[in-house]
Design a protein around this ligand. Structure first.
Ligand code: ATP
Length: 498
């Protein structure tokens, strides 16, 4: 069977050092990934572009960097401890465990056929779709367990006490207690030291609302942005880094006066949709999807997702819309909840109008890993060049991990030395460049195409004669002659930085 686009991307990601399976030499760890030398640059460039556009290029947004472990009351107030859960279902046929809300929909009561044990060569089984209206995403069976809620927060304990050891020590005394008291004692032992890895960065902005207000001299409408790791014990993980248990978010909470929230919701929905295109993502692969009332979180007044059409494999073929970012109108829910629990007044007093209000929040919440995967998929292209398939990653120059490849045409006549000079100039200017002198120049161009490098500079005989070099452009493969002096400035201009 020919390789699917996604299989090709996964193998390129590994071969070229974008994404590796975590702890691979020990057999890997499910849904955990490491970024290789090219991947780390790609993801960093995405985060830098986000920070530049969301913070540095605006006078109404400031940044923040909060700790991953926060006071457990944060999660009590936000509702995460009670309700940050997904509906978990087990397939009785193939034993797959999956999320009910992400399972393929089917008409309740309609007939279905699947294979015993989910195996291709298994016996054919007839069945019907249950009243919940979905089937197993792996084998298509309707023989499923009831849904049960599974909290996605990772719990750990803070301090030099191990709650498991405490429970073991208390076991004898627990036996004498009646079951409800025993449960209470056990919960007490766990809760005394329990803390959680944050499942989103947003709460850091809400609990620091007063700190930012008082220190940064901002007033609504203003935003607080943060980029950092979040953790969710996801039930199903798939498709490389699309859904993992440890991931990075890029979130911004924009505090506005109630009544202006709908304007700002529209503003940020449009701005965030345009952002992906400004970095080269193809418009036809992007869409904005508005949530129906039933899909909205209970605190949200409105929500739209920016979605990308990933080349994921599914029973119908290739291609599936997946969320890159959600833009939500969170109303004043979060500030009110934290106000109630902490007993701190989180309202804003507008001196000019003498008005006091609890701001509404518009939140564009994006994922850095999902964005990196989407930009990688979007950049991937194959084309026939002189009877050979050329694989190229058409990254926007700002996102490209390596900006310039530097190649001496041959390894003699002083050309490597000239190329070395260019390398030093580019590195001094902070432009990520890569030196390559091994193999035929055509092969070297192909290797750099596959890494998504937008430009290559080649030193050749003319460099010695008149001080010019060849600059080859990745997408058009056009070659032009450019003076060797001032190359750093030349590329800085092309990168939009001068
Ligand atoms: P989903 O419906 O896919 O689970 P979500 O709606 O729960 O996502 P949010 O809570 O809105 O996601 O988080 C904002 C962004 O963080 C998402 O749009 C996505 O880009 C990223 N994100 C969320 N969960 C994960 C994950 N498990 N792995 C990678 N990225 C994630």
């Amino acid at each position: 069977m020919p390789e699917s686009t996604m299989q090709k991307i996964v193998s390129l990601a590994k071969r070229r050092g974008f994404i590796f399976q975590s702890s691979e030499i020990y057999g890997g760890l499910k849904a955990c990934y490491d970024y290789g030398p090219l991947g780390v640059e790609l993801k960093r460039n995405i985060k830098d572009a986000w920070w530049r556009d969301m913070v540095h290029r605006r006078d109404d947004v400031v940044g923040l960097d909060c700790s991953i472990i926060m006071h457990p009351d944060v999660w009590r107030a936000s509702g995460h401890l009670a309700g940050f859960s997904d509906p978990l279902v087990d397939c009785r046929n193939c034993k797959e465990r999956f999320r009910a809300d992400k399972a393929p929909r089917a008409v309740p009561g309609s007939a279905l056929v699947c294979r015993e044990g989910g195996k291709r060569d298994g016996r054919k089984l007839a069945g019907t779709v249950g009243p919940a209206g979905y089937v197993c995403p792996v084998c298509g069976s309707g023989d499923l367990s009831p849904e049960r809620q599974f909290n996605l927060m990772f719990r750990t304990s803070l301090g030099p006490v191990d709650p498991v050891q405490e429970i073991l020590d208390a076991l004898d005394s627990l036996v004498e207690l009646e079951p409800s008291k025993r449960k209470e004692r056990l919960a007490g032992i766990v809760d005394r030291t329990a803390v959680y890895l944050r499942p989103e960065t947003a709460q850091g902005m809400f609990v620091n609302f007063l700190n930012v207000l008082n220190s940064a001299r901002v007033k609504p409408p203003f935003g607080v942005a943060q980029c950092g790791k979040s953790y969710r014990n996801e039930i199903t993980t798939s498709n490389l880094t699309f859904r993992t248990c440890e991931f990075e978010q890029m979130e911004m909470e924009f505090f506005v006066e109630p009544g202006t929230d709908e304007h700002w919701f529209d503003y940020w929905s449009r701005a965030r949709f345009a952002w992906y295109q400004s970095l080269g993502m193809r418009a036809e692969k992007l869409r904005l999807r508005r949530h129906e009332k039933e899909e909205l979180a209970h605190y949200a007044k409105a929500c739209v997702d920016v979605e990308y059409f990933f080349p994921f494999e599914n029973p119908e073929g290739e291609g599936e819309w997946g969320e890159l970012e959600g833009i939500a109108n969170r109303t004043d829910y979060d500030l009110r909840r934290h106000s109630e629990r902490s007993r701190k007044d989180l309202s804003y007093f507008e001196a000019e109008t003498r008005k006091r209000y609890v701001p509404y929040v518009i939140e564009p919440a994006a994922g850095a890993d999902r964005a990196a995967l989407a930009f990688l998929c979007d950049a991937y292209a194959e084309e026939m060049v002189e009877g050979e398939i050329r694989t190229v990653l058409r990254f926007h120059p700002r996102l490209a991990p390596i900006k310039v490849g530097v190649l001496p045409l041959v390894r003699k006549d002083g050309l490597p030395e000239k190329a070395g000079e260019i390398m030093r100039e580019l590195m001094a200017a902070g432009i990520n460049a890569f030196y390559d002198e091994s193999g035929a120049v055509g092969r070297r161009y192909r290797r750099l195409d596959e890494a998504g490098t937008p430009w290559c500079v080649t030193t050749d005989a003319e460099t010695n004669a008149n001080g010019s070099v060849t600059v080859r452009e990745r997408d058009s493969m056009r070659q032009t002659r450019v003076p060797m002096t001032g190359l750093a400035e030349h590329f800085r201009r092309l990168l939009g930085g001068g």
